[in-house]
Design a protein around this ligand. Structure first.
Ligand SMILES: [Zn+2]
Length: 247
């Protein structure tokens, strides 16, 4: 069968993760199973043994050498930040953490690989992520040819929330497509962080120019404060959801 990344006829591997396992850190229960909360019915939680994957989409070489290398770099950045230097800019709504020394190429391609994998996935969870033939191919080429493109190509904002006490944050929910003034973007929410991908330059929202990773290896992550963060989460979930106590 044809590998979706290198497009060559090859033996394809059984499980290719769409969202890499390391991003579930903190979501695993004592049996190392992922707790996937149903946000519309908190009593109903699904337990997934190994995350969300598709069968027969990638060959071994592409899954381990190309995607695997991007994932190991990103895991270091997201969960082992000790070598990173950050400065902080703050106003009443947002704290911007500006990290230096993040390899633009690797981290950007890692982010694009999540978007691309979600787009080609047949899992129902990713139904709203459909880049279409044109942008799917642009993303595939960028990953396969190790070319992260310019800052405004698949520009990605990463947001966190400052106060999460009464919010459901440790979960993974289906990504959403949003359309504002003819501009399509996709938002993922994974384990406390929003990953928001812009697709085309047409009417791109300003936030993608300010809070993103750029070619100078600098990445800004926005931490939304108080009500701003709650409203952002609410608009993503499409409803207000508060916990009476932490779980
Ligand atoms: Zn391949």
């Amino acid at each position: 069968m044809k590998c979706r990344l290198c497009l060559q006829e090859k033996d394809l591997i059984g499980t290719s993760h769409i969202i890499p396992n390391f991003m579930y850190k903190g979501l695993l229960d004592k049996n190392k199973k992922i707790v996937e909360t149903n946000l519309f019915n908190l009593k109903e939680a699904k337990y997934r043994p190994t995350g969300i994957y598709d069968k027969s989409i990638l060959c071994k070489q592409c899954d381990t050498k190309i995607i695997g290398a991007l994932e190991s770099y990103a895991a270091k950045i997201l969960f082992d930040k000790k070598d990173l230097v950050s400065t902080v800019e703050e106003d009443e709504h947002i704290i911007n953490l500006i990290f230096k020394g993040i390899e633009y190429k690797k981290f950007k391609l890692f982010l694009i690989s999540i978007l691309w994998r979600a787009s080609i996935s047949k899992q129902r969870m990713f139904d709203e992520v459909k880049l279409g033939a044109k942008y799917e191919e642009v993303a595939r080429k960028m990953i396969y040819e190790d070319n992260p493109g310019k800052r405004d190509e698949f520009s990605t904002c990463i947001f966190g929330l400052k106060s999460t006490e009464n919010l459901v944050t440790q979960t993974i929910v289906a990504p959403r497509r949003t359309k504002v003034d003819g501009n399509t973007s996709y938002m993922f929410y994974i384990n406390g962080l929003f990953y928001w991908f812009n697709i085309s330059a047409y009417n791109m929202q300003d936030v993608f120019k300010r809070i993103t990773i750029d070619e100078s290896n600098e990445m800004t992550i926005g931490i939304l404060k108080g009500k701003v963060g709650e409203d952002f989460l609410d608009s993503f979930l499409g409803r207000k959801l508060r916990l009476s106590k932490k779980f």
